[in-house]
Design a protein around this ligand. Structure first.
Ligand SMILES: NC(=O)c1ccc[n+]([C@@H]2O[C@H](COP(=O)([O-])OP(=O)(O)OC[C@H]3O[C@@H](n4cnc5c(N)ncnc54)[C@H](O)[C@@H]3O)[C@@H](O)[C@H]2O)c1
Ligand SMILES: [Zn+2]
Ligand SMILES: [Zn+2]
Length: 439
């Protein structure tokens, strides 16, 4: 895999990607060079390497991305150009790459779980400076002045605090463009083709352009190769427990799906001092991980010849207080709702289902007091709360390292998708300078 990919990148490009070509020295993150290259690249297009998704591919794990040179335009008004140092792969990237995502727009540069360093800022950007360490956030958060005017109705007036789903730039991030001119900042170097942005982040590129609303500034002592995971999966799982469900001490919880998201839900439940944490997965190999993150018991639906909701209701004497669907399977969403307790049970949907899929249950389930909820980015406000999560990690209050099962170079990103697909990988961190530690 690695070899065929390197072949497709080509020898000259490969040398450049590894940092020994003068033309691409911007790729290097050496602190001594930083001040010089930052001032020399500001205001100019940057040529660098990115993993381009030219078209959707149902078998996304099979060499779907092309690592090649792209040109990244300077940031325009209200934008920030960031040197991406590390990015992880999330199942949402795989989902879009597979063609299941109705919003997927190709060709594009995927990626949304990353960290990096600000290279330059566009006009009018107030609180972000060159050299700042940042986490790109696919769920943007507008500024207080937007909330005081008509710029963001979702964050205005009596609605303040009701949701983290700020809408100010969502129409643009959802359609692969930047807000100021509704255009892209990326082109392919080989033929000038336009490449669309993805989720307002596009972190599978050594440089990316972000709306200032999507940039969470973090402290400089945080290891970028770890905290990049706070850009999506872990924040989502913890937030589903703490912000969306608000799990209480002594409660009973069921978690369906034990990938990184499900495991972070388990960690969140353990931190909330839940008494019983039931981990559910069709892959029995997941039990050891689940236990390490705080699960108290494991259930494999394939061990039973009755519906899993019935199994859980019987096991808990009436149902769980909280359940979380972390797979993206609409049948499982129903099971997750129906295994909660009559009167107060709450089920939170986290998994992203394929385009056109619908959920169903008997209305009686809701009439009798169960609550069906969903969460995006765990309800966290990104710019203001991601830095707090970084603090929590550095204070030893939450895990990150334990979710990182693999590290790979950008040239090996297709292998990373293969690992993700195999179920053997929780999170694989891509080192964008091709300097991943030996596996
Ligand atoms: N709502 C959000 O903001 C948000 C954020 C990040 C990820 N997601 C979504 O969360 C989901 C999980 O992400 P992940 O990265 O942890 O994925 P993952 O693929 O690593 O984990 C999924 C797990 O579900 C298990 N599974 C599959 N089918 C099952 C079944 N029928 N019953 C029980 N278990 C089953 C798999 O064995 C695997 O362990 C994805 O759908 C992803 O797109 C949502
Ligand atoms: Zn807003
Ligand atoms: Zn994600």
């Amino acid at each position: 895999m690695l070899h065929s990919l390197l072949r497709s990148v080509g020898t000259a490009s490969r040398t450049a990607l590894l940092g020994s070509s003068a033309g691409t020295k911007t790729i290097l993150a050496r602190p001594l060079l930083k001040a010089r290259w930052m001032s020399s690249t500001a205001g100019k297009p940057i040529e660098c390497f990115a993993a381009v998704a030219w078209e959707p591919k149902a078998d996304y794990w099979n060499n779907a991305l092309s690592v090649e040179k792209v040109v990244v335009q300077p940031p325009k008004s209200g934008e920030v150009r960031v040197k991406v140092t590390h990015t992880a792969l999330c199942h949402t990237d795989a989902f879009t790459l597979s063609g299941e995502d109705a919003e997927g727009k190709f060709p594009c540069i995927l990626g949304h779980e990353a960290a990096g360093i600000v290279e330059s800022v566009g006009e009018g950007v107030k609180d972000i400076e060159v050299g700042d360490h940042v986490i790109p956030c696919y769920q943007a958060e507008c500024y207080p002045e937007d909330q005081a005017s008509d710029h963001c109705p979702r964050c205005r007036g009596y609605r303040v605090g009701k949701t983290n789903l700020c809408g100010k730039i969502r129409p643009f991030t959802g359609s692969g463009v930047m807000a100021s001119d509704q255009d892209s900042r990326f082109t392919a170097q080989k033929d000038g083709s336009k490449l669309w942005h993805y989720m307002g982040t596009s972190t599978f590129s050594q440089y990316t352009v972000l709306h200032a609303e999507s940039v969470a500034k973090i402290r400089k002592d945080a290891p970028l190769e770890k905290v990049n995971l706070l850009g999506c999966g872990l924040a989502t799982g913890w937030g589903a427990v703490w912000n969306t469900a608000k799990v209480e001490e002594d409660s009973t919880c069921a978690i369906f799906g034990l990938g990184a998201v499900g495991l972070s839900v388990i960690e969140g439940c353990a931190k909330a001092k839940a008494k019983r944490i039931i981990a559910i997965d069709i892959n029995p190999d997941k039990w050891e991980d689940a236990k390490a993150f705080g699960a108290t018991e494991f259930v494999n639906p394939r061990d039973f010849d009755k519906p899993i909701q019935q199994v859980i209701v019987e096991k808990t004497g009436g149902g769980v207080d909280y359940s979380f669907e972390c797979v993206g399977n609409t049948d499982l969403m129903r099971s997750a709702l129906e295994c909660t307790h009559i009167g107060w049970g709450q089920s939170v949907i986290i998994g992203v289902a394929g385009a056109g899929k619908e959920i169903s249950t008997r209305p009686f389930q809701l009439v009798t007091g169960r609550v069906w909820k969903g969460t995006a980015f765990g309800g966290f406000k990104s710019r203001s709360q991601v830095p707090e999560l970084v603090d929590k990690y550095l204070a030893g209050e939450v895990k990150i390292d334990e979710y990182i099962t693999h590290n790979r170079n950008l040239t090996d990103i297709n292998e990373a998708f293969e690992l993700l697909h195999s179920g053997k990988c929780l999170r694989c961190v891509i080192w964008m300078g091709n300097d991943a530690p030996e596996a």
